[in-house]
Design a binder for this molecule. Structure first.
Ligand SMILES: Nc1ncnc2c1ncn2[C@@H]1O[C@H](COP(=O)(O)OP(=O)(O)OP(=O)(O)O)[C@@H](O)[C@H]1O
Ligand SMILES: [Mg+2]
Length: 406
């Protein structure tokens, strides 16, 4: 107990004498920085497309896309605020700009849920279940059409709606405008799924993307600018070892120019320094932070995959731990997987499906696959685990839990 208390003293003390962070709040997701470097082009484009609302005219529907962490949400929130600041209250219509993140838990599970959420946003009310869908649409129209207003509805992570619901929802939404008599509705869709538009009903596509704006990935230098600005607000002076920002930027630039990743690296490195009682963020903390992010990402994937996927991984792990130096072959994995299915009373998938799953592991960087030719057009795939031992141990735990409970 004495030992433990000493340890706690140390932890709390280092927390008290926090010598790294000045203010952690600018690292939160919801933080809206005053300055948005390297996005002025996108910001002005969005602003000029939406500007007609200030005169009471319906703007074109707009679609924003680009990889994760390229500033899409930040940009639209910024333009939204700027438009609202400039809305002329003396005009004979009201301007409403509503933002909905379709990825939020439960929001886009069903057409009913998302409509209920929208109705609530616009001040209406419906029971949480039970009405026929057509009635819910009618209720939505009634709610937004009850007064003369111009509405911009921003649907962030809009691809989530077709993932769980179907194209119908977006189709109905884009058709809804024609039923409004008093109000006008413009849609802004946002997605980091670059092929989303090509996967949906062409009629929805052409309506949703009357205008399109691409958010390109940031390069390492641009990420440095973003990080430098944020670091000034977050860290005490002089805590950053030389080269730390450049290193975070370089790592994140490799991850398709993701600013969120860059900021996460910096935050985690700061937390590691703090935990270490160091008053400097050293280069090594960036490496550790990067490893931690990679590890968490892989473990999250493993956790969220179906049992069959987990059993295949479990087979690969068992086989490679039995013979650490050897490569493993698809056939062996399949036999091992089949035994596991029998043992756990699970359906056995075909070899073909297992090959697909193995390919997916390859893409995720969990394994490496080496195709070797065996003459006469025959080929074999040599498989090797590509994750470190501590991830392997955690993965085993996750899989064990998933198979035992549930
Ligand atoms: N140009 C920028 N200046 C300052 N901060 C930025 C900039 N671009 C992105 N960020 C920051 O990076 C993080 C990710 O940005 P944002 O949420 O806008 O990305 P996104 O494109 O919407 O990504 P996703 O597709 O994953 O939703 C946020 O914390 C945001 O504040
Ligand atoms: Mg976003």
């Amino acid at each position: 107990m004495v030992e433990l208390n000493k340890e706690l003293d140390k932890i709390f003390q280092s927390f008290n004498n926090n010598s790294i962070f000045k203010d952690k709040s600018p690292l939160q997701n919801s933080y809206q920085p005053e300055d948005i470097p390297h996005r002025s082009e996108q910001i002005t484009q969005v602003a000029s497309i939406l500007a007609p609302v200030l005169r009471g005219e319906k703007p074109s529907n707009l679609f924003l896309y680009g990889k994760t962490g390229t500033g899409k949400t930040l940009t639209i929130q910024y333009v939204k605020n700027e438009l609202l600041k400039r809305a002329d209250k003396s005009l004979n219509f009201k301007l409403r700009i509503e933002y909905l993140n379709c990825k939020l838990k439960k929001v886009s599970d069903t057409e009913y849920r998302i409509l209920a959420e929208l109705i609530k946003k616009f001040g209406g009310e419906i029971p949480s279940t039970g009405l026929p869908t057509q009635l819910v649409y009618d209720k939505f129209i009634e709610t937004i059409d009850s007064e003369k207003q111009l509405i911009i509805l921003i649907l962030d992570e809009i691809d989530q709606t077709t993932k769980k619901i179907s194209d119908d929802f977006l189709y109905n939404l884009t058709r809804l405008s024609s039923e409004l008599t008093q109000s006008k509705l413009a849609l802004v869709g946002i997605s980091n799924n670059l092929t989303f538009l090509d996967e949906i009903d062409p009629r929805v596509k052409s309506s949703l993307s009357e205008e399109e704006i691409v958010f390109p990935p940031y390069n390492a230098l641009q990420l440095q600018d973003i990080l430098t600005k944020r670091a000034k607000e977050v860290f005490k002076e002089g805590v950053l070892e030389e080269g730390v920002i450049a290193k975070c930027a370089a790592f994140a630039a490799r991850e398709h120019g993701d600013a969120r990743r860059a900021l996460d690296l910096l935050r985690i490195a700061g937390e590691l320094a703090e935990r270490d009682n160091s008053n400097k963020i050293k280069m090594k903390y960036i490496d550790e932070a990067n490893e931690k992010i990679e590890r968490d990402k892989i473990l999250d994937i493993i956790k969220s995959e179906p049992k069959q996927f987990q059993l295949v991984l479990s087979s690969i792990i068992s086989l490679s731990q039995k013979n650490p130096k050897e490569h493993i072959f698809t056939g062996e994995i399949y036999n091992h997987y089949r035994d596991l299915c029998i043992k756990n009373k699970l359906e056995i998938l075909t070899q073909r499906r297992i090959s697909d799953i193995i390919q997916e592991f390859d893409m995720l960087g969990i394994i490496t696959v080496n195709v070797i030719s065996k003459g006469r057009g025959g080929r074999m795939r040599e498989i090797k685990l590509a994750i470190t031992n501590d991830i392997i141990e955690k993965a085993k735990e996750i899989i064990q839990n998933s198979i035992t409970y549930d």
